[in-house]
Write a protein that binds this ligand. Structure first.
Ligand SMILES: N[C@@H](CCC(=O)N[C@@H](CS)C(=O)NCC(=O)O)C(=O)O
Length: 203
């Protein structure tokens, strides 16, 4: 039997990895850790980035939430990242990583995560990120006007990945008002236990 551990924190990217593992009922042990704090030195050899998530299978480390999601999807049979739609899913994964979630996560960082030690954010910086967010949110909202899920008329990893920052929309002051298709889509995601509360029953 493979020894498989998923190390996580409660922040945006590890939250996605844990949600995938919970949704797929992946055979992993969940371990909360502090990759930038108490556990940093012990984990440097496994993840030199000092970031979460981290999947370790029989000692073999894998970082990056997307790679972990693909690995767990394949272990579960591939339906969550189906080969038939691999390119389309990758398109949204990249779009999330380079555009939509950069803006969303940027707002979460400035308005919420870094608040306690950096103080109130520079309004000019926040306005610039909001402008980016609106540019990409309009594209997502228009896409979702015609379909319930991003790829193949069914839930896939593309939906989890593009929605990465949205569970933090309230504290991060992500301006979702007016994007009714995005809000309805995220409501559909929140009907899935693993997405709404990935840390239920674990640390
Ligand atoms: N590109 C990486 C980003 C990983 C990352 O930035 N992780 C952040 C959380 S979102 C982290 O570990 N921060 C320190 C912490 O959560 O303690 C991925 O997608 O996995």
């Amino acid at each position: 039997m493979v020894d498989r551990k998923l190390y996580y924190t409660h922040n945006i990217n590890p939250r996605v990895a844990v949600a995938v593992a919970r949704h797929l009922a992946s055979p992993v042990e969940f371990i909360r850790y502090e990759p930038m704090g108490a556990d940093r030195d012990a984990f440097l050899a496994l993840n030199p980035n000092s970031l979460a998530p981290l999947l370790v299978e029989d000692g073999k480390p894998r970082w990056e939430a997307d790679s972990i999601a693909l690995r767990l999807s394949r272990l579960a049979g591939g339906d969550f990242w189906p080969d038939a739609h691999a390119e389309d899913i990758q398109m949204w994964v990249s779009w999330s990583a380079h555009h939509f979630t950069v803006a969303g996560a940027g707002l979460v960082w400035h308005n919420f995560t870094a608040l306690s030690w950096m103080g109130p954010p520079d309004p000019v910086v926040v306005a610039g990120i909001e402008q980016d967010f609106h540019r990409f949110a309009a594209i997502l909202d228009q896409t979702l006007a015609g379909r319930p899920w991003l790829v193949g008329n069914r839930l896939t990893y593309a939906d989890f990945r593009v929605a990465s920052a949205l569970p933090f929309a309230e504290p991060g002051r992500i301006p979702l008002e007016g994007y009714r298709n995005i809000v309805a889509w995220h409501d559909r995601l929140n009907a899935i236990d693993a997405w709404r509360d990935p840390f239920a029953g674990i640390d």
